[in-house]
Design a protein around this ligand. Structure first.
Ligand SMILES: Nc1ncnc2c1ncn2[C@@H]1O[C@H](COP(=O)(O)OP(=O)(O)OP(=O)(O)O)[C@@H](O)[C@H]1O
Ligand SMILES: [Mg+2]
Length: 241
């Protein structure tokens, strides 16, 4: 459903993505791992057009997203969840969730409110609808951020380190929600430093180094039978996998 072809991204003279090729099929849960600074976030941000690629194509169901006229389709069909939640602190939970669907005329205010409350009740946060983000725990904020993405009925969700800003006891509530979303068939790309989560959850894992994908395979291939020296060295520095 998504094909990334020779994607390059430069920031000034700095080459950050150096020719990424990746095919994503419907229902894939792809884990993206690699050392800090190798370009993982930049890759997700390019797919969602938060950054404009320098070169290459991102083909989504036959359309090249790099072509600006597709920006609205991209924003609607490809959701993103950030490490720092990125909720608007001056808006309530309900306002945060209903903002995009009403602004983009996907739903009326009434429909969006009804759907937001339905989604919030599924994650036991309906009673927090009129709270502000500052009144929520980190795990609650991230679950609200995920619901804010879900209300747009995305076909792909990009997660950039969704649990790394959370206290350990709150990681489970977020990964459990991600599991439920995956069980419903969602396609996901997940950047995470939680190797156990990536290992157990993802159907496919890619290892990035210095702007390239240098190894790709099943979770078993990557974690139990790594081939590239850089991947072997990366994994050896992480304990308890
Ligand atoms: N807006 C920007 N302007 C200039 N340089 C940038 C910008 N965004 C990212 N970079 C640089 O691009 C490189 C890759 O950054 P990126 O955030 O994609 O890495 P990452 O793999 O997500 O790292 P981490 O695991 O630490 O999150 C880094 O050297 C970073 O400094
Ligand atoms: Mg990053």
């Amino acid at each position: 459903m998504l094909e990334i072809k020779n994607l390059k991204k430069n920031f000034g003279d700095k080459k950050v993505l150096k020719g990424i090729n990746l095919k994503v099929n419907e229902g894939d849960i792809i884990g993206i791992i690699g050392p800090s600074g190798c370009g993982k976030s930049t890759l997700l941000r390019c797919i969602n057009l938060l950054e404009k690629p320098t070169e290459g194509a991102i083909i989504y169901k036959g359309d090249d997203l790099v072509d600006n006229k597709n920006l609205n389709i991209t924003r609607r069909k490809i959701g993103m969840v950030f490490q720092q939640f990125n909720l608007f602190n001056n808006m309530t939970v309900l306002e945060n969730i209903t903002l995009a669907p009403t602004l983009l005329n996907v739903m009326s205010k009434e429909e969006a409110t009804k759907e937001a409350l339905r989604l919030l009740s599924k994650i036991d946060l309906k009673d927090k609808a009129n709270f502000y983000p500052s009144e929520l725990s980190g795990g609650q904020k991230q679950r609200v951020a995920i619901v804010r993405t879900l209300i747009m009925k995305p076909e792909i969700i990009l997660f950039d380190e969704p649990t790394s800003a959370l206290d350990p006891e709150m990681i489970g509530e977020v990964t459990n929600l991600m599991r439920k979303i995956a069980e419903n068939g969602m396609t996901m790309l997940i950047v995470s430093h939680e190797m156990n989560f990536i290992k157990n959850f993802c159907t496919r894992v890619i290892f990035m180094s210095e702007g390239h994908i240098i190894e790709e395979g099943s979770s078993k291939d990557i974690f139990d039978n790594p081939k590239n020296d850089k991947l072997i060295s990366f994994l050896s520095k992480i304990k308890n996998i």
